[in-house]
Write a protein that binds this ligand. Structure first.
Ligand code: SF4
Length: 216
């Protein structure tokens, strides 16, 4: 059970108990990942599992009355409390105020760098580095992160050295929030896979479609 599940259950149990409803047990209802659908359709009683949350919420329930006044004070504040937005705003769920809080951030704000840990972010922010392009070259990044840093800093796009196909940017097609080429789609990938590795090799094409899932 995750911490935010326990927090949520704690609050719900507290509200129910405060309104006079006797709470006999606190449980988390969740999908039972061991469930296997039978031939007669979904058995919902088997599809969901229950986890007892009594122990996970006991301490928080006891502490909650003491914490509530501070929470209420935040709720009635005229202005939002000072808080720095960052990757934590997406955990456990994306915050609905993200766009507003980050409106003044630069397009290469370090929080846009994939897989940058909280510790790395702190390490960069301490000396005031908040742009991907300003990350020092000796700062430990993964190879892909380093490519993003270098491209962001220098401008020209990075082209994978052994890329099999390239087209002018104006001929690119949108694919989600990316650009791709028409022949980069699943159907073409599957057609290549069916040709088999020897035929691809003979044609001078990469054999990846044979041994790798599309988008893997
Ligand atoms: S995005 Fe949400 S969680 Fe992040 S600082 Fe703004 S209000 Fe707080």
């Amino acid at each position: 059970m995750k911490a935010h599940h326990a927090d949520d259950l704690t609050l719900q149990a507290f509200v129910l108990a405060s309104t006079g409803i006797a709470v006999s047990s606190i449980e988390l209802l969740h999908v039972d990942t061991s469930y296997v659908r039978g031939s007669n359709g979904v058995c919902w009683a088997g599809f969901f599992g229950r986890s007892d949350a009594g122990d996970a919420t006991a301490t928080a329930l006891a502490d909650l009355p003491e914490r509530l006044p501070a929470m209420r004070e935040y709720l009635i504040m005229a202005a939002p409390p000072a808080a720095e937005s960052g990757k934590q705003c997406a955990t456990p769920y994306g915050c609905e105020f993200w766009d507003r809080c980050t409106a003044d951030k630069s397009v290469d704000w370090i929080s846009h760098l994939p897989r940058l840990s909280r510790g790395q972010t702190d390490e960069l922010e301490t000396p005031g580095i908040d742009a991907i392009s300003a990350i020092p070259v000796d700062f430990p990044l993964t190879p892909k992160q380093a490519i993003i840093r270098d491209v962001t800093a220098s401008g020209p796009p990075y082209v994978v050295p052994d890329v099999a196909l390239a087209v002018p940017l104006e001929q690119a097609e949108t694919y989600g929030d990316m650009l791709t080429v028409e022949t980069g789609h699943l159907q073409h990938w599957s057609r290549l896979a069916r040709r088999g590795a020897p035929a691809l090799r003979a044609a001078g094409l990469p054999t990846a479609p044979v041994w790798s899932e599309y988008e893997e």
